[in-house]
Structures are given as C-alpha cells and as structure tokens.
Design a protein around this ligand. Structure first.
Ligand code: APR
Ligand code: ZN
Length: 298
C-alpha cells in the first residue's frame, strides 16, 4: 500500500464534518500564522537577525551577557509587530473564538487559541472585528472570548522589571520603547559596528528604575497559563495546529496528547512539519488561505 493511504486526510468536507461534531476545540499556533503579516519565522529563511541566530538571543543568559544586543533584537521585533496587520488567518481564528459565530460551524463547542506568538496580532484581529462589527463588541470584550486567547510565550509589548523584589510589569507600545533604541531596528551590513547602548539608556522599570526586559518567555523559562492549557489539552477532542514547526515544547506535544486521548488533530502548515504524518488531517499551504476556508469563514 502507498504511504498516502495511511497518511492524514486532505479532505476539507470531512474536516468540516469533524469540526461540526467537536465540542472542545483548541488551536495551537506558531510563527507561520503571522508570516503573511510580514513577521519573520524562527526556523528557516527568516531565522537570522543581523548575523545572529534568533533563538540564541532568546535566553536569559544572552540578555544577562548582552542586554544591549538583546534589547535591539526585541526593539526590532516590536517595531515589526507594531507596523503589522492581522492577516486572514488571524481574523479567521478570532472570528471562530466568538461563540455566536462559532455556533454555525461547531454548535455547542468551546474554543481556545493557544499561541506561541508574542506579536499581539491575534488580539489585534479581535479588536478589528469589534470595530467593524459593533454588534459583536460586547461579546468580544467578554471574558469568555478574551480569556480564550492564551499567549503562552508572553507578549512583545510587556516590559518587565528584572529586579525580582519589584517585578513590575507594564504593557507598553511606545515606539521606540526608549530613545536610545531609535533607529537600531534598521538592518545593517555585517561590517558595520553594532550600536552599543549603555545599560542606563536601555528600558528601565518605571517604578524602581532597575533594568527592564522584554515580557516574553525565553528558552529555559516557564510558559504562561500552563495549568489552564494542560486542562484544555486534556479535555480537547479537536486540536488545530497552525503554522508551527512543532519543535518547541511544551506546545509541540499538545497535538500528540489530544490524539492519545482519542481526539483528532488537523495540521495547517505551508510545509511538512514535525509529526504531521500522524495527524488526522493535513492541509498544506498558506494558513491565511487554508484556515479561513476550513473554518467556514471566508
Ligand atoms: N502558513 C502556514 N505555515 C507557515 C506559513 C504560512 N504562511 N509560513 C511559514 N509557515 C510554517 C513553517 O513551515 C514552519 O513550520 O510555520 C512554521 C514556523 O516554525 P518556527 O519558525 O519554528 O516557529 P514556531 O513553531 O512558532 O516556533 C516556536 O520557538 O523560537 C521559539 O519562542 C519561539 O514561539 C517560538 C517557538
Ligand atoms: Zn522595578
């Protein structure tokens, strides 16, 4: 028998039927969801910033050793995210998170979006929908919808005090985040010297003036909402995996866990990704095209 006969289904009507009968739905998203909005992914072509591997900069050790370089990297990412607009993939997931809309595709279901992305574009999508459809605004701003979006790797626009005794965290969309970082987001050639910024001129805590750091989850740190996510994963009967290489844990393990307990898994990715041969459904292509179709929201 050929491999195809054992592999995941690519049949959209069959997925739609599964969606309709699912009661506890989760989506696990990664950088590919935001690719069409111009945000580079981590692995593959976009994975380099200046000459550095983006993942090597996303550690507490890197920040400790070179806070100026790491802040320049996050300043660059903040500026990109600030300028970016949600794409139809974000909008479809945001629409789907609104119960009154979702009832048509998956009656009586619950839904949560577990995203590894820190760019805030999924929340921006919800806000855009609320603006365009005032009749949905109250529902969108209700805890049911707001709390269903779990940014497990934190948020680019949170700025957090590094002094543990203080720990102050604030939401800050200033551009630039501090004057000294202005302009350093521009790509420059390898030969150009890296701008050096004194620690005193990097973002500081507004309460105690200690050095502040980006409010994201770095390698070796604990993702947010883990208890809630574990519960959602253990109860899910459908896991939609969108635009993630499925290589970073714990997120990479959620689809497998859902399947272990008898739930279904549907993968939406531009390319093949880790473990996708085990999925029940596999839709290869840009998620900004396949997802709105699959969720009946185009
Ligand atoms: N539509 C769907 N998928 C896409 C698209 C697209 N338009 N463009 C790219 N992809 C896919 C790629 O094929 C790849 O599988 O998105 C995936 C992106 O993978 P990664 O760059 O590894 O991003 P992600 O899985 O989110 O990384 C996980 O690692 O670096 C850390 O904390 C960071 O949250 C990040 C985590
Ligand atoms: Zn502080």
């Amino acid at each position: 028998m050929s491999e195809e006969e054992h592999g995941p289904s690519t049949d959209m009507p069959s997925f739609t039927a599964t969606l309709k009968s699912s009661k506890r739905i989760i989506a696990v998203a990664g950088a590919g969801l935001s690719a069409a909005s111009g945000i580079p992914t981590f692995r593959g072509a976009g994975g380099l910033w200046r000459r550095y591997d983006a993942m090597g900069l996303a550690t507490p050790e890197a920040f400790h050793a070179k806070p100026s370089r790491v802040w320049q990297f996050y300043h660059y990412r903040r500026e990109k995210a600030l300028a970016a607009q949600p794409n139809p993939g974000h909008l479809a997931l945001a629409m789907f998170s609104i119960p009154s809309i979702r009832q048509k595709m998956a009656p009586g279901s619950s839904f949560s979006l577990i995203t590894q992305n820190v760019d805030g574009l999924s929340r921006k999508a919800l806000e855009q929908i609320a603006d365009a459809h005032p009749e949905l605004a109250d529902e969108i701003h209700s805890p049911v919808v707001q709390d269903s979006m779990l940014e497990m790797h934190g948020r680019l626009f949170d700025v957090v005090c590094t002094n543990r005794a203080c720990g102050h965290r604030e939401y800050n969309t200033n551009s630039p985040v501090c004057p000294a970082l202005a302009g350093t987001e521009k790509v420059f050639s390898e030969n150009e010297p890296e701008p050096r910024i004194d620690e005193e001129d990097l973002p500081r805590c507004s309460k105690c003036d200690s050095l502040a750091r980006p409010g994201v989850v770095w390698f070796g740190e604990t993702p947010w909402y883990l208890d809630k996510i574990d519960r959602l994963v253990s109860e899910a009967d459908l896991c939609i995996v969108v635009g993630t290489s499925s290589t970073v844990y714990p997120a990479a393990g959620y689809a497998y866990e859902v399947q272990e307990r008898g739930g279904k898994v549907a993968v939406f990715n531009l390319d093949r990704s880790e473990g996708d041969q085990e999925a029940d459904y596999l839709f290869l292509g840009p998620a900004e095209v396949t997802l709105p179709k699959a969720l009946g929201l185009q």
